[in-house]
Design a protein around this ligand. Structure first.
Ligand code: ITT
Length: 198
């Protein structure tokens, strides 16, 4: 059976990606399964796509199996698209999710409920032996709440209510988030790319 490596250092993303890959006839590995040297990838791209490609290509030069990377984040309309590619380090490098959420709420303190639209973005990139096989974009539109709600998920999930629903991602079960999320949409397309090389 062919193998694919989920190239992320974020354990929550890893769990979601693993579930979203089900159905493919492939053995899923994570970076910690590989007993090899792996470099730290500096995410200095201006777009999610640039960062996703950089992660997939960099890791795939060290890993012999196919590599799947994800670059993702939240774009808030009232903040001109911030935190964007800086989502994981919005308040500081190495910030905890709670710190990033607190910064977001502070910046949005005077933004009324009707103007709190935001979009979660995920770009998946697939690479093999230093060659990019493809990228896939997923988006999920919603709104930012006035306070964190819910205990599930990670990152900005307690603040994000997907359009058409009245609960945050953190209040839904992961199985439901994995049906409607930005990452679900990106992975559905990425699976078509992966399938061609199995
Ligand atoms: P890797 O680069 O190793 O994959 P990372 O956590 O640095 O791990 P990103 O650079 O893609 O990954 O940053 C993603 C950040 O965007 C993440 O830390 C969250 O703050 C936010 N984010 C992305 N997807 C999310 C989701 O589904 N729910 C909540 N927050 C999310």
């Amino acid at each position: 059976m062919k193998k694919i490596v989920i190239a992320t250092t974020n354990k929550n993303k890893k769990e979601e990606l693993k579930k979203l890959l089900t159905g493919l006839n492939v053995k899923v590995l994570q970076l910690s399964d590989l007993k090899i040297y792996l470099p730290t990838v500096i995410e200095d791209g201006k777009t999610f796509r640039q960062n996703a490609i950089k992660k997939a290509l960099t890791y795939s030069r060290y890993i012999k199996e196919m590599v799947l990377a994800d670059d993702s984040g939240l774009m808030v309309d009232a903040l001109g698209g911030k935190p964007g590619v800086r989502s994981s380090r919005f308040s500081r490098v190495g910030a905890k999710d709670e710190e990033n959420n607190a910064k977001l709420l502070k910046l949005m303190k005077n933004v009324p409920p009707k103007k709190r639209q935001a979009t979660f973005i995920s770009v998946a990139a697939v690479a093999l032996n230093g060659i990019l096989l493809g990228t896939a974009l997923g988006q999920c539109k919603g709104t930012i709440g006035l306070q964190p709600e819910g205990m599930n998920g990670f990152g900005y999930d307690p603040l994000f209510t997907p359009g058409g629903y009245n609960r945050t991602f953190a209040q839904f079960k992961s199985s439901f988030k994995n049906k409607i999320s930005h990452r679900a949409e990106a992975l559905k397309k990425a699976k078509t790319i992966i399938q061609k090389y199995l």
